[in-house]
Design a protein around this ligand. Structure first.
Ligand code: AMP
Length: 221
């Protein structure tokens, strides 16, 4: 299967859709945010730098993210494609990624641009909780996305947690960073003829259906 890249503003539903794709098509979900959150736990200078950038809603340096990603996509489970959630975040990362792909003899795949209204993204950020064990995402404000039992993961019964950068102030910075650095990637990938647009509303199943139609229209799965 082809690899899939998600380009979207924060809280557009990239994580949720990636998880659903991963369960349906059995290709790994690589969230660079998760890779970085894990790397931030190491108690050294790099760990502290990553933690600070994430809490300020700023991007982590391209060098660090590219190193983590290059290592991850060489793992065996990535041989039949993978889902990239949160990468690339700027044109420089996109260009460096292409050099890495060439070196590793891998293909770019397709890019899905998940569009979302800014107000809905805000609402998602405020209510978002997730499961640190299986990665499932829920929302305490949006009815369709609430867990069956408050604070508990439907899938694995683990306690749900809130990301420390999911607050109004950090969201504003993350959104502005998206407009300034990430949004230009839409035109970049449009020019390469690999971009598909999907509207992300409040119903995750409908968004998923639209994405599946794109994938099934293109590839043998
Ligand atoms: P996310 O989980 O995708 O919302 O990412 C959370 C945070 O991790 C972002 O606000 C950035 O600080 C950092 N981050 C994630 N992916 C990248 C990336 N590709 N490049 C730089 N920083 C990133």
């Amino acid at each position: 299967m082809e690899s899939i890249i998600f380009i979207a503003p924060p809280a557009a539903g990239k994580g949720t859709q990636s998880k659903m794709l991963c369960d349906t098509y059995h290709i790994p979900h690589i969230s660079t945010g998760d890779l970085l959150r894990e790397a931030s736990l190491v108690e050294d200078e790099r760990g502290k730098y990553i933690k600070d950038q994430i809490s300020n809603g700023a991007l982590v340096s391209d060098d660090i993210i590219l190193e983590l990603l290059e290592e991850r996509i060489q793992e065996k489970d990535c041989n039949n494609g993978y889902i990239l959630d949160g990468f690339p975040r700027n044109i420089e990362q996109a260009k460096s990624y292409e050099s890495i792909l060439e070196k590793l003899n891998k293909k770019l795949g397709i890019v899905i641009y998940l569009e979302v209204e800014k107000e809905l993204a805000f609402k998602r950020i405020e209510g978002r909780v997730s499961c640190p064990k299986c990665g499932s995402v829920y929302n305490t404000i949006i009815e369709e996305a609430m867990p069956k039992q408050e604070g508990i993961c439907d899938r694995c019964g683990n306690q749900l947690t809130k990301r420390q950068d999911d607050n109004r102030e950090t969201f504003s910075t993350r959104y502005d960073t998206y407009l300034d650095k990430t949004k230009p990637l839409i035109e970049y990938y449009e020019n390469k003829n690999v971009l598909y647009r999907v509207q992300s509303g409040t119903n995750k199943n409908e968004t998923f259906k639209d994405i599946s139609l794109i994938l099934e229209g293109r590839t043998k799965i």
